[in-house]
Write a protein that binds this ligand. Structure first.
Ligand SMILES: C[S@@+](CC[C@H](N)C(=O)[O-])C[C@H]1O[C@@H](n2cnc3c(N)ncnc32)[C@H](O)[C@@H]1O
Length: 445
């Protein structure tokens, strides 16, 4: 191969180098070189040494027996076949049909599956999950790099290898920046859409949902990044007690129910004796997946709040949430309901009173008017966002729903009056979905 000049947009030297590469490709017919069992090599423009040098930088074990590996944008398939040679069960995808892959597959007597599939269409429901995902040499070809990384994260169980062209050589000192190439600015090609700098690439990997994105090396302007779904083990001799995790909720409505959509953020409330936290000294975990906080702030006393993404790829159901600090073991767990339908067979108000005076059947009128009611029949995941309380047909704002204690006892709900709620006799009703209680008469006095 010809010596590569620094890759910059709108640089004739880069375009000339790329044209030479394309001529060589046209002559050889293969991009990857692929070793065959009889010692021959299908010679591509990327020599075996260079391919192995790239791959060997990554923390991928020589024995992958029992592991499931996905190669995204596999092209001729060198990496997919190498993973299979190491014992993995391999799926390769590419958004175009690549005849060379099938030629090599036959010559290697390979069982690697190959699908024509776009990276944007990956999902755990459709593809399952993979212990290791290779996402090499594809990101800068995409118009929606962060969306693609979210899909990659969703199908990754342990480790994703992300390799991309980057616009700088060292990670020091710059803010995260993504160059966008509207036409053929980069190497004269119309399928090069973006160029992150190293900081941006790492930030996008974390934002997509990986707990850790570790830069391994920058090799000829290609950043090699190992992205992990788990945190490292905590300190062997912790200096502090674990935090006390009080609650974890949807960060926008503070309910226990969350949805698997791309921008579902959680808020965790905890107590700790530690005096300061940064985004790098707090380690939340949801359903066993680590996730980096996007904010941690002090709420007074020894209270803290941390916000973080719902890790992509969790199954529907209840999931444990916990967190540790850089100086502690893991906290207790609390649970969140991920895409769990909330359904009640019937609802019954067993009592209601003014939330301050506790006078039954009455609510003191005014700006702070607030009712406490006790309701039987609520599902475990009834919360402030899915329970509706109305008085005289007007919606009152549900402040909180007491957690289910598993004892079938009625649960307390507190709800606040809308502005200028009129005095008089009104009917109190509680509802969830299309089930509602019998009304209970209340007096606003
Ligand atoms: C530069 S090659 C990289 C090949 C190989 N992964 C490597 O690192 O040597 C880019 C590959 O990504 C594929 N690709 C481009 N856009 C894609 C997309 N949206 N979804 C899946 N594959 C894509 C291309 O067809 C091509 O095979």
């Amino acid at each position: 191969m010809n010596l590569m000049p620094p890759i910059r947009p709108n640089d004739p030297a880069c375009e000339a180098w790329n044209r030479m590469l394309m001529d060589e490709y046209a002559e050889k017919g293969f991009y990857h070189s692929i070793p065959l069992p009889d010692g021959r090599v299908l010679e591509g423009i990327l020599p075996l040494d260079a391919l192995r040098e790239r791959l060997n930088e990554f923390p991928i074990a020589p024995d992958l027996s029992g592991k499931r590996v996905l190669d995204i944008g596999a092209w001729d398939g060198f990496f997919a076949f190498e993973m299979e040679r190491r014992g993995a069960d391999v799926v390769a995808i590419d958004n175009v049909e690549v005849e060379n892959f099938h030629v090599a597959r036959q010559l290697l007597n390979s069982k690697a599956q190959h699908h024509v599939q776009d990276v944007y269409d990956l999902s755990s429901a459709r593809n399952g999950r993979f212990d290791i995902v290779l996402f090499m040499g594809v990101l800068y070809h995409l118009k929606h790099p962060l969306l693609a990384l979210e899909r990659v994260c969703e199908v990754t169980r342990e480790l994703a290898i992300v390799e991309s062209f980057v616009t700088n050589e060292a990670p020091a000192g710059e803010a995260p920046v993504l160059q966008f190439y509207e036409t053929n600015e980069l190497l004269g090609q119309i399928d090069n859409w973006c160029g992150p700098n190293i900081q941006c690439l790492l930030a996008m990997c974390r934002t997509a949902g990986f707990a850790r994105a570790e830069l391994i090396r920058v090799l000829r302007q290609r950043a090699l990044v190992a992205c992990y779904r788990h945190w490292l083990a905590g300190p062997a001799e912790p200096a502090f007690d674990p935090p006390l995790l009080l609650d974890c909720t949807d960060s926008s409505n503070y309910g226990v129910n969350v949805r698997r959509k791309s921008d579902q953020y959680l808020a965790a409330f905890f107590k700790s004796r530690e005096k300061s936290f940064t985004l790098d000294t707090l380690f939340p975990e949801v359903g066993g997946c680590g996730i980096r906080p996007v904010s941690v702030h002090y709420t007074g006393g020894d209270g803290w709040q941390a916000n973080f993404l719902l890790p992509p790829g969790l199954d529907a159901g209840w999931h444990d949430v916990r967190l540790r600090t850089a100086h502690s073991r893991y906290s207790n767990t609390v649970r969140i309901a991920v895409d769990v339908a909330a359904h009640a067979d019937s609802l019954k108000i067993t009592g209601a009173c003014d939330a301050t005076s506790w006078r039954p059947g009455e609510i003191a009128a005014g700006e702070d008017a607030c009712v406490s009611l006790w309701v039987a029949g609520l599902p475990v995941n009834a919360d402030r966002a899915n329970v509706r309380v109305t008085l005289g047909g007007q919606r009152w704002k549900v402040q909180d729903v007491a957690p289910d204690k598993g004892d079938q006892q009625p649960r307390q709900i507190n709800a606040r009056a809308p502005k200028s709620f009129p005095k008089g006799r009104h009917e109190l009703v509680v509802a969830l979905g299309d089930v509602q209680s019998e009304p209970l008469a209340m007096r606003v006095v």
